[in-house]
Write a protein that binds this ligand. Structure first.
Ligand SMILES: [Fe+2]
Ligand SMILES: [Fe+2]
Length: 192
């Protein structure tokens, strides 16, 4: 090996030694909470489709979002195994709570169902954005997955807006309540 090459290899090794690492606890919390959130999202859309039916116009729009949520949850199911992360113990609660939220907003009507989507996806989109910033160079792939999902969630948010979510009667209160619920679910699912 030439002198120049040896120097280069040495430099590379030095650099990779100092490659910034994501704190293990942060990594675990990110995967655990995202797995929980995506699971909850699939249950919300299950509940809404249960009321509207798969073949209604609104049902098809919701199904498109539900299909993406399915891809998201499957990705996090694999990540839970790959990184040996304990899933949240609250999954049975998110199973029921998500479904009830989906059913009840759908019963209130199409606009309310979309208001639910707007509120949930706004919180999740911002949550993903924060997470992407927390991941270091050692988890570049996860970072790009999260950024991709963030884009999907924002698309869902925009679909909700385009379907007159904001014209729901009592939109402001409904939206604030759902958003608070999501933030609370995020906070507890990280730890428990
Ligand atoms: Fe999602
Ligand atoms: Fe979504």
């Amino acid at each position: 090996m030439t002198k120049k090459k040896t120097k280069k290899t040495k430099l590379y090794k030095e650099k990779s030694r100092f490659k910034s690492k994501t704190n293990r606890q942060i990594l675990e919390e990110i995967i655990r909470v995202d797995h929980a959130g995506e699971y909850g999202a699939t249950r919300i859309y299950d509940g809404q489709i249960f009321i509207f039916g798969k073949n209604s116009k609104i049902g098809k729009t919701i199904q498109h979002m539900a299909d993406q949520e399915q891809e998201h949850i499957e990705t996090f199911e694999k990540l839970i195994i790959k990184h040996r992360v304990r899933p949240t113990a609250l999954l049975p609660i998110w199973n029921v709570a998500g479904f009830i939220l989906g059913v009840s907003t759908a019963i209130m009507g199409e606009k309310a169902a979309m208001a639910c989507t707007v509120a949930v996806e706004k919180v999740i989109g911002e949550h993903y954005q924060k997470q992407a910033e927390m991941l270091e160079e050692d988890h570049k792939k996860l970072k790009s997955t999260i950024k991709k999902f963030e884009k999907d969630e924002l698309e869902h948010h925009d679909i909700g807006i385009a379907h007159n979510a904001e014209k729901t009667i009592g939109y402001s209160i409904l939206s604030k309540a759902i958003s608070l619920g999501c933030k609370t679910a995020i906070a507890v699912s990280k730890k428990i």
